[in-house]
Ligand binder design. Structure first.
Ligand code: ADP
Length: 719
């Protein structure tokens, strides 16, 4: 038999796989984890293909096959697809997949103890305490000792005497098996219909996508739980993707209430041990219910039957660094490769998904109303030209009045502003200087609570200066514009008796503190919650009946073609927080642009009007979903060189019909962390294979070291 070679992909940024000879007698399969030499090092990689050796090259040998569950062909295919589509090396995608090397080995073992059911002749108070307070069993000696208030030695002695039984168990316990029939609500007729449709899709055991399009509070979660139950009944795995900030205790408890067990969580804050456990259990097919942020999509599930993308319109599904990809779109790709169902859920679906639903590529499952007598909030606009706030203030008279009315009824209000800190700009009244980030084109934001000036792009921060760094004038630095801290300060003036709290990513604290604050809000211990984007997701406050939007125009500025869509989505979601229980909700939105289509359609409660206007515009301009976009960012430490590289890159563009290149131009953030940035926008007709075009273009430029060229397919960020 001819010798065979293994094409091994390593989890590093190189263009592709490397060939190695398979030594005689070694059994190597596609998907195996193997060790092979790179230079003087032995590295772990994955066999992507096995080919006949043509005898023309002298190759190094595969050193060893690792005893680990191999990656499936589907997973390899998904890695390749992700790499090609997003114009990155497959090794970088593999690196996203292999997130824990320790997870490839079996769990470490530990000795655990539990009562044997027999009492030794010599019982002491300490031994009795072990039985009384040591549970839950089985547990480690140290855990039992701590709970019982004895030493570990006493626990071991009790075992030697026969009162406890010792077992060797894995440190990383498997996850409990979810029970598809455990709990759940009595669904309304409309919810039942929707869930039946989704369950039927999952039951087909083939690739299909459903858009679960239901107004805020219509019970989308309850409905997709039924699809998850169907996947679990099949003995398969279900993955539920949620925006990272929705991975709260409250969110997780809903899964527990429905399936009787806590799901396996996956997100960026997991410690090593948890990461290792979830990865291994998911890869072995034992974790059947996984709830995670976008990166959970790259766990190597062998038995996936369903992916749910909750809040599918959410921008946090787009990863903006490293491998730039959109987890919502890649979830559909994974479903197609692994032949299973995908459910995209949202109260404000992206136009892309809506068009796919309307053209029949996705099933359109609609929940038009909230269950029971709960109505959707009424939304009104406040034209700031007619109702300007007092000088130096940001809350207009109608907003103050509405808040007062709600508080007088003993209900809760929320003031929404998507700006952290006290003021987005600090300016010197003496010389006009604006405080700027030292290495980035971004204004410093005043955070009064911490007394610091902070760059929201890079995280740079310094003590709030007392003199102007430019002209040295004293007490001349003035905050300009509102942040949540400032709105809360103003609210405290208007409503001196109200209990006011701020909720934003930098005031939120750890998961326990977030849960505590949410509980206080739920129990009515907060009257006014002043919050950013963070309050928009995943919380139900039964007594919150009023939402005031301080700046409804915030997202409309800038060159983002989706600005209108985003504004519409955010405001629907924010307003949707109001009136969740038996009391109707109301939202008031302050704006300078009441005639903007997104805002006026919102106030008219006419989603269809907004969607058709927006789709009309996109179609005319050949913007997504009717045309394709890609962005390129070229960056480096020298401005001139960065500029000339960008121009050179444009000059190297392959000729192609239906492709237009705009730029290079300076993006809103022209310098980031000391690197100058130049941007290109590539607009293409729908028939163009834009990733392939970008890949072939990219190959034409040899980039000097320290300069970077990033391709962003279907960009969501225009900074
Ligand atoms: P969505 O995901 O569409 O915003 P949720 O699934 O979070 O909606 O449901 C909103 C609220 O309504 C939740 O508190 C949920 O428990 C409740 N709810 C949903 N469906 C029902 C139902 N059939 N009966 C009782 N309560 C329901």
């Amino acid at each position: 038999m001819a010798a065979q070679n293994a094409q091994i992909l390593f989890p590093v940024n190189v263009p592709g796989a490397f060939d190695y000879r398979i030594p005689h007698g070694m059994s190597v399969h596609v998907g195996d984890f193997v060790f092979a030499p790179i230079g003087k090092q032995m590295k772990l990689g994955v066999v992507f293909d096995i080919v006949e050796d043509d005898g023309t090259r002298k190759l190094k040998d595969v050193a060893q096959v690792k005893a680990a569950q191999p990656l499936s062909l589907e997973m390899l295919n998904f890695i390749n697809w992700t790499a090609k589509y997003n114009c990155v090396s497959p090794g970088l995608v593999l690196r996203m997949v292999v997130r824990s090397y320790k997870a490839l080995d079996p769990s470490p073992l530990v000795t655990q103890f539990s009562p044997s059911g027999q009492l030794p002749p010599k019982m002491s108070a300490a031994r009795q305490a072990i039985l009384d307070k040591g549970a839950p069993f089985p547990a480690r000696a140290s855990e039992i000792a701590e709970r019982a208030g004895v030493s570990s030695g006493v626990v071991r002695g009790f075992e030697a005497a026969g009162g406890l039984r010792a077992q060797t168990l894995p440190v990383d316990a498997p996850f409990d098996i979810p029970d598809a029939e455990f709990g759940g609500m009595e669904l309304t007729h409309a919810q039942r219909q929707a869930s039946d449709e989704l369950m039927a899709q999952v039951a087909k055991r083939e690739f299909n996508v459903s858009l679960l399009d239901g107004v805020t509070g219509s019970g989308k979660t309850e409905v997709y739980f039924e699809a998850v139950a169907e996947a679990i009944k099949q003995g398969g795995q279900a993955l539920i993707l949620v925006p990272e900030i929705a991975l709260t205790q409250a969110g997780m408890s809903r899964f527990e209430a429905r399936f009787g067990v806590a799901p396996a969580p996956w997100h960026s804050q997991l410690g090593d041990a948890q990461r290792r456990r979830v990865w291994r259990e998911a890869a072995q097919g034992r974790a059947q219910l996984v709830v995670g942020a976008r990166s959970a999509l790259y766990l190597p599930f062998p038995k996936l039957r369903l992916i749910v993308v909750d809040e599918e319109h959410d921008t946090s599904y787009k990863q903006e660094e490293g491998v730039i990809y959109n987890a919502r779109d890649m979830a559909v790709v994974r479903g197609k490769i692994a032949k299973h169902s995908v459910v995209l859920a949202s109260a404000t679906p992206s136009l892309e998904s809506l068009v796919n639903a309307r053209t029949g590529r996705y099933a359109h499952v609609i929940l038009p109303e909230r269950p029971g007598a709960i109505t959707l909030p009424e939304i009104d606009l406040i034209d700031l030209k007619d109702h300007p706030p007092e000088k130096g203030d940001f809350i207009s008279a109608p907003l103050i009045e509405a808040t007062q009315t709600v508080l007088a009824r003993g209900e809760q209000a929320m003031l929404y502003l998507n700006r952290r800190g006290y003021a987005p700009l600090i300016i010197c009244r003496s010389c006009g200087e604006r405080l700027k980030s030292p290495d980035t084109d971004s204004w410093l934001v005043e955070h009064r609570r911490t007394g610091r000036a902070v760059c929201h792009q890079t995280g740079f921060s310094m003590r709030m200066p007392t003199v102007c760094p430019e002209c040295k004038a004293e007490e001349s630095l003035t905050p300009v514009g509102p942040g949540v801290e400032r709105v809360a300060e103003e609210a405290a003036r208007h409503f001196p008796d109200a209990r006011i709290e701020i909720f934003s990513s930098d005031t939120a604290g750890n998961p326990a503190e977030i849960a505590a604050r949410m509980a206080r809000m739920e129990q009515g211990e907060i009257d006014i919650l002043v919050g950013t984007q963070m309050v928009v997701k995943g919380h139900n406050f039964p007594n919150l009946t009023f939402v005031g939007v301080v700046d409804g125009d915030l997202a409309l500025a800038g060159g983002d073609p989706r600005a209108g869509e985003r504004t519409y989505q955010t405001l629907v979601q924010v307003a949707g927080r109001a009136g969740r229980a038996d009391k109707p909700g109301h939202a008031l939105i302050q704006t300078h642009q009441p005639d903007h289509e997104a805002l006026s359609a919102l106030a008219a409660g006419d989603r269809e009007r907004f969607i058709s206007a927006e789709l009309g515009l996109r179609e005319a301009l050949l913007l997504p979903p009717f045309g394709k976009l890609a962005a390129v960012i070229i960056s480096g430490e020298d401005l001139k060189r960065t500029e000339s590289l960008a121009k050179k890159f444009v000059s190297l563009a392959p000729r192609a019909d239906g492709v237009e290149i705009l730029g290079p131009s300076e993006p809103p953030i022209g310098r980031l962390r000391g690197r100058y940035r130049r941007r290109l926008l590539i607009q293409a007709e729908p028939t163009v294979n834009l990733p392939a075009y970008m890949q072939s273009w990219r190959k034409r430029l040899k980039l000097p070291s320290k300069y970077k060229l990033q391709i962003d397919i279907d960009p969501q960020s225009f900074m």
